[in-house]
Design a protein around this ligand. Structure first.
Ligand code: NCD
Ligand code: ZN
Length: 346
């Protein structure tokens, strides 16, 4: 196979940041994807429908002139989110979910939820409206080993939420472990999971290859090889539980190459090509279109895109750096060869 076409994909988990950085990154996503679920972890966060409407306008006005890219907005849950705001968000035509960041878990999560009990009435409203809960599924706290945080979250929080709100649609975002795959497999179709291209392509050794590698540091952190293999198996399986969500999270180079570097990997520049690389290495493109373009819309009850995109087998090198307002940004796989290239957009 040297060339193939798929229905144009969507990115079900994306960080676009805000001006002046937004303008530098949004075109990368708009070039490859039709739609993206846009994360609300700005500073201050996107907490209300009004915040989401204003952010959406800023995104739309930063797009290249002929772009038809659609940002699908989310709101950020706090201990004080009201049921009324959730009811309003679920009725909105441009808000598609509410994001749970356990407080302190990742970039701009300080205003997140300090105890899941604090949002139980909100979860009840979300369940009533079938409004998706998007979760950063990691337990917090100094006592939890960073490599165990995802499993601990499943055991202490996610299982209870599923038992208490069995009809609530949940996206378990950017899963990184075999434990998460096993958990999702054991559940019904009310729960789905996104998988990033970097978690399909690297394991935790990549953070320490010959020295500390800040551009491979993200949250949740990459895990052991056995976990990467479980993710590859899940993504390539065709199961409706899994779909693409890049978690592309740009941070200026100097904020990553630092004594206390930021978490986040920038994959939007070549996200589809990175997913293709992972499926190529797995030697199985059978369910590539389902993972990239069909399973996500089915879960979110949205139409499948009507245009196509083609990929061609051609070697090319990812740039070393990209512009990021007045700073620079190192993309995932910078300076490395990829084997597939997007050649045509519908
Ligand atoms: C994200 C960011 O920088 O906003 N970072 C990351 O490592 N993925 C936040 C997140 O999704 O955890
Ligand atoms: Zn993210």
């Amino acid at each position: 196979m040297e060339r193939f076409s798929i229905i144009k994909p969507d990115d079900w988990h994306l960080h676009l940041r805000d001006s002046p950085y937004l303008e530098s990154v949004v075109a990368d996503s708009a070039r490859q994807f039709s739609r993206a679920i846009v994360m609300p972890n700005l500073n201050p966060p996107v907490r209300s429908c009004d915040d989401a409407a204003a952010y959406r306008e800023r995104i739309l006005s930063s797009l290249p002139p002929d772009s038809r890219f659609q940002p699908l907005m989310t709101i950020y849950l706090t201990d004080n989110t009201s049921r009324e705001e959730i009811a309003k968000a679920s009725a909105s035509e441009f808000i598609f979910g509410a994001k749970l960041y356990p407080a302190g878990v990742t970039t701009n999560s300080d205003a997140g939820v300090t105890d899941i009990a604090n949002i139980y009435t909100v979860l009840e409203t979300m369940q009533t409206h079938s409004f998706p809960l998007l979760v950063h599924g990691e337990a917090t706290g100094q006592s939890v080993d960073i490599f165990d945080r995802e499993k601990r979250f499943i055991d202490t929080t996610l299982s209870a939420v599923r038992t208490d709100f069995p009809q609530l649609p949940i996206v378990f975002e950017h899963i990184t472990t075999r434990d998460a795959v096993d958990y999702v497999e054991s559940q019904d179709d009310k729960i789905a999971a996104t998988i990033t291209p970097h978690h399909l392509l690297i394991n935790r050794n990549a953070m320490f290859a010959g020295g500390i590698r800040p551009h491979h540091y993200c949250l949740p952190v990459a895990k052991r090889e056995e976990h990467r293999l479980a993710l590859v198996k899940a993504a390539t399986s065709g199961s409706k539980h899994y779909f693409a969500g890049t978690d592309s999270a740009p941070h200026a180079r100097h904020t990553k190459e630092s004594a206390c570097g930021c978490a986040g990997i920038y994959s939007a520049y070549c996200a589809i090509e990175l997913y293709a690389e992972a499926f190529e290495i797995a030697g199985n493109f059978t369910h590539f279109e389902a993972f990239m373009s069909l399973n996500g819309p089915a879960f979110y009850k949205l139409p499948v895109n009507s245009t196509e995109l083609s990929l061609e087998r051609v070697e090319w090198t990812v740039p070393d750096t990209l512009a990021f307002a007045n700073e620079d940004l190192v993309p995932f796989k910078a300076g490395e060869l990829l084997q597939w290239k997007v050649v045509e957009h519908g």
